[in-house]
Design a protein around this ligand. Sequence first.
Ligand code: HEM
Length: 650
Amino acid sequence: MSPLTVLVLLIKAVSFAVLGCIAYLVINPVNRWKYRHIPGPCYRAIFGNLPEFRKYGSHEFMVACRAKYGPVFKLWFGHRVWVVVCDPDLGKRVNYKCLNRPQIGDALIRGPVTRPENKGLFFTRDDVWRMVHRVWQPAFYADSVHACAPLMSDTSRRLVTRLQGLAGEGRPVDLWREVGNLTMAIVGTAAYGIDFHTFDADSATQQQPAASSTSVKLPLAAAVAAAAAAGAPSKAAQAAAAASHLPRSMHSGLAAAHVDVGQRAVGAQLVSSAQTLFASMGGTSGSIYQMAALLLPDSCRPLVAWAAHTFPDARFTAVMNARATVSSASMQLVQQFKQRQQQQEDASASGDAGLGGNAAPGGSGRVSRSGGAIAPGSFLGLLLAARGGTDGHGLSDLQMIMQANTFTLAGYETTANALAFSLWCISTHPEAEARLLQEAAAAAQPFHAYSRDMEQQFPYTCAVVSEALRLYPPGATTIREVPPAGRPLQLGGYAVAPGSSVFVASYVMQRDPELWPRAGEFLPERWLPGNEHLAAKNAAAYLPFGSGARMCIGYRFALQEVRLGLLELLSQFHFEVQWELMVPPPPQPHQQQQQQQGVEGGAEAGDKQQQQQQQRGSRALRTANGFTLSPVGGIWVKLEPRVPEVQPAV
Ligand code: HEM
């Protein structure tokens, strides 16, 4: 056969494969047949419902679908199907019956981190999950969490000091960003006993958004440049990587994004990396390669991954840099921790009591347990002390790094969003603010002294947080996979096939007017005794932390952090929302339907809200489509320091 004939044949084969692929995606026969019995919007070739997700936001679109198709429906994520559940009892059934989550978000990642035993707790499965979950648990026992309370309050007061400085300058401040610095700082001290310097590093990079911008502002370029400048070919990073027996494939990436956990810039780098990673997981705002991996059949993924790594675009580079930055920080934390522990062991063997462990505020470095609880700063010690790893000899370095990555990311993002949403709700409801301040002013001791009985001492503050988590749940859906080897899962009369991805739509249920009286209103009172008429008609309709075995392991930690942060910040400042800087909300597909249905309190509440919004310049809070629910473009406020009489007792 002549070379020309081979070439022609090759071109024909490739054209045939491409056309076949397009025809398959346009018709999508397998999934359309497999899920034909479940209601939902029609399949639209190749993109499915992604255009609607972009236009309305995925959660708002789900609200509209719930109204149209009932409590169980399907959505098209490209050619893939999500089964969405919006009924409390069915949601509970899903969360309790299915243990694993589908492996989303790592289609383009290569190397050993994709192996099941090397996942962080969130994405581990089956027996590996059981083992890793057991290792994590003591960090979140009630006593461990209470031990972190003074640290959480102290760190909140460091933010207060920073905000006092900014208030003097008189310019608007992005509260979301500021509380992000706070939660990352608390991760550093509470988990690792390290000061990440989040309050020092980024004051110069605070930017004001254009009012019309819909993208989240990230100081990414600065962070990446700083990371590269800090250690591109850093010998320290390479030595650390080599010493930790990490797979070679991780070395170059980590060295390129080397950060120094002892340096001032690390906090800002971690915060911006975490923001990049969460924003990229939304599915509709990633790089072209992420979009291609999402839209093309699974069999094309290796090819897409190869192309992404060989010819990366700017967004893919940003995501890979962000992953490497977080992993580099975790790797150093692990290495430093091991070195310190070795020094302590050597010192105690030689009778020298002078080495005091971590230089952490409150951190001991060792896993000092009392009654099962661990001291602040000892999360790594917990991981290191773990026995019963997959090889029977504890967690490997890579497994430890992946757990540290998970703690850093999960501990930062959702809690920052929860605190930002709580502050937003309070700042737009003066009557609630007054009541919370009254409660704060009545405290006879520092707020953290009440960490064991926050609900008795600060019932209204706790109610504010619960209500903010109802309206704005940072984890807006829980995700499960129907066991691939089992039988179909019966959900409200529909058999959902093994291996399907099921989303329990917390956001939709927590705003459902059939489940909550005056669902659209911010009413902290509904969480107080005597207001049962405002409570949920089904307790399972409230799941900001999920439910079942895979519910949020950090919920106690997060609630304590948000409640203390709220008290510390609000007792010092009133936050005046700068409406002209806020990103306007998109059109709401369900508003018209809700009004037509005349749901209980809906019309009245709708009118009232509309009036209030008009008074405030017709702006509501726009939330992002990402992996978590977050405010788009931040929450812009002017800081108004309070008069002294409402300051907390010290
Ligand atoms: C207000 C803050 C937080 C919210 C709203 C939140 C929400 C959630 C939700 C909805 C889930 C999924 C639950 C499910 O699928 O049933 C989850 C899981 C998880 N969360 Fe949180 N979370 C918060 C704070 C934290 C913190 C501070 C940590 C600590 C590091 C953390 C670590 C995790 C982990 C590791 C998982 C996976 C647990 C597992 O699969 O076993 N979260 N969280």
